[in-house]
Design a protein around this ligand. Structure first.
Ligand code: GDP
Ligand code: MG
Length: 201
């Protein structure tokens, strides 16, 4: 059987950050599987999920890194910021401390993402003060409300930045890969191997 060509034009790399237990893995699971997983196990280090979305008529593969929020994994998490085109910061509306810690997550996102990646998008679930965020959405991994839009709005902004030239695709660690014209084996060599099938939890 012939190898299928890529069925997407771009890959955008996202990172999901925020304290432990705020719903990062559930958000990713709801986005990739369209299901709420109430008993999602704790994320160890960093996990990974993908989904292809249509943005402005282009098929875009979102490659989403779901990080562990605990301090002991912070160093591991930090190594994933570079080369992220989008950063989704998440907090739990029922736990004030997770909101207070957003400033520290934001500092890491600002310091550790590529400065050329102007399209770094912070999409803060349930955030009531969006002054630091390019995008703000109140979302629920439980009901699925706004989950789609949290990822889509960031992708639209990144795609817009590509179109208007403010995001240079050739820049190192832009967080975006254009689909190669001659795919080999139907799989990008730089694509990571998921630690787990399907679920990013
Ligand atoms: P993470 O550590 O940030 O990845 O958090 P998890 O995704 O593992 O979720 C932590 C807990 O919050 C789990 O018990 C989930 O069932 C619960 N949870 C996650 N998202 C939501 C949500 O949108 N609404 C409600 N009510 N609970 C949620
Ligand atoms: Mg998790």
């Amino acid at each position: 059987m012939a190898t299928a060509p890529y069925n997407y034009s771009y890959i955008f790399k996202y990172i999901i950050i925020g304290d432990m237990g705020v719903g990062k893995s559930c958000l990713l699971h709801q986005f990739t599987e369209k299901k709420f997983m109430a008993d999602c196990p704790h994320t160890i280090g960093v996990e990974f999920g993908t989904r292809i979305m249509e943005v402005s008529g282009q098929k875009i593969k979102l490659q989403i890194w779901d990080t562990a929020g605990q301090e002991r994994f912070r160093a591991v998490t930090r190594s994933y910021y570079r080369g992220a085109a989008g950063a989704l910061m998440v907090y739990d509306i029922t736990r004030r401390s997770t909101y207070n810690h957003l400033s520290s997550w934001l500092t890491d996102a600002r310091n550790l993402t590529n400065p050329n990646t102007v399209s770094t998008v912070s999409c803060c679930t349930n955030l009531t003060n969006p002054k630091h965020c390019l995008l703000f959405l109140e979302a629920s991994a439980k009901t699925g409300e706004n989950v789609e839009d949290a990822f889509l709005e960031a992708a639209k902004k990144i795609y817009q930045n590509i179109q208007d030239g403010s995001l240079d695709l050739n820049a190192a660690e832009s967080g975006v890969q254009h689909k190669p014209s001659a795919p080999q084996g139907g799989r990008l060599t730089s694509e990571p191997t998921p630690q787990r099938e399907g679920c990013g939890c």
